[in-house]
Design a protein around this ligand. Structure first.
Ligand code: HEC
Length: 274
């Protein structure tokens, strides 16, 4: 189990707290504002919890974005070509920006609600009902933003509603092929290509075309080592393949050779087809 697996598992589940939380807080604050109900410590605690959950979700998202996700890494590596690849553009840009905006809106709502308290009528100490309005508006706007940018499973870039822990690397200890692979493979490639090279990494779900199964030995014999090394170095777009395959111009020729051997090892380890 990698940091990527854990973070994406948590990010997938904390999502429900934020998604349902904004809806519930939004609706109940609309009702409270209309009834001019006083703002209670319980309201305050609930709202604080919601904002805290959203911050946690954002932190997980930032860790995924800047450290673990091969999708955002591919996007940041070549933002221009990535814009043409639906999944890379969604996670690299749209999802990140929309969700950050939702967090900003939630925080702005909290700040405005606190200000509404300070501005309350000096004579009427009890008039704290004004605090509901900004909370209601911000929660409902955040809800709409979040709902519009969750990778719902029925979308092209869809992800499961409930992720399991372990993702594509569940079987990572079983194979001997993976032993040939340098750590770079687990860190930079397995997210898409899968721990066993089957093209079933947690980030590959919605890629079109999906990465092929490296264990398919009929494919392996059709590509020369320099060809494989060139795709890994330059990325797919430069070789007429999908832009979702990022380039790795930072790798030394030694590292490239190791990775080619690793890709080949998956096919060698697989039972050969008749
Ligand atoms: C963001 C996802 C992603 C990451 C990360 C990624 N790949 Fe790929 N890779 C792909 C996709 C998608 C394709 C298929 C492109 C196509 O068929 O058009 C591909 C294709 C390839 C191919 C060519 C297969 C062929 O058909 O000849 C090789 C080799 C390869 N990747 C190796 C690697 C290695 C090694 C790494 C890590 C250094 C890596 N990839 C990282 C998505 C990824």
């Amino acid at each position: 189990m990698t940091g990527y697996d854990v973070a994406i598992f948590l990010h997938s589940h904390v999502r429900w707290g934020v998604f349902l939380g904004t809806a519930l807080v939004g609706v109940s604050s609309v009702i409270a504002a209309r009834k001019q109900r006083a703002w209670t410590t319980r309201d305050d605690r609930t709202h604080k919890l919601l904002v805290g959950l959203a911050d946690t979700q954002m932190l997980l998202g930032l860790l995924l974005y800047f450290i673990w996700s091969p999708i955002s890494r591919a996007f940041l590596h070549a933002p221009k070509t990535s814009m043409h690849e639906h999944t890379l553009r969604f996670f690299g840009l749209e999802h990140a920006v929309t969700m950050l905006l939702a967090i900003v809106v939630l925080h702005a709502g909290r700040a405005r609600s606190k200000r509404a308290k300070d501005e309350k009528d000096e004579k009427d100490e009890k008039d704290e009902s004004k605090r509901h309005r900004p909370v209601a508006i911000s929660a409902l706007v955040a809800f709409a933003l979040i709902a519009s940018s969750i990778p719902w499973p029925w979308l092209r870039h869809g992800r499961p509603l409930f992720r399991g822990l372990g993702g594509g690397s569940r079987e990572s200890t079983k194979s001997s092929a993976a032993d040939v692979c340098p750590p770079i493979y687990a860190n930079e490639c397995a997210g898409c290509h899968g721990a066993q090279g089957h093209g079933d990494g947690p980030a590959a779900t919605s890629l079109q075309p999906r990465p092929r199964d490296f264990a398919d030995s009929t494919w392996s014999t059709k590509r020369s080592d320099p060809e494989l090394a060139a795709v890994i170095r330059d990325g797919g777009a430069a070789h007429g393949m999908s832009a979702a395959m990022p380039g790795h111009s930072n790798l030394s020729s030694e590292q490239l050779t190791e990775l080619v051997a690793c890709v080949r090892a998956f096919a060698d380890a697989a039972p050969s087809q008749p």
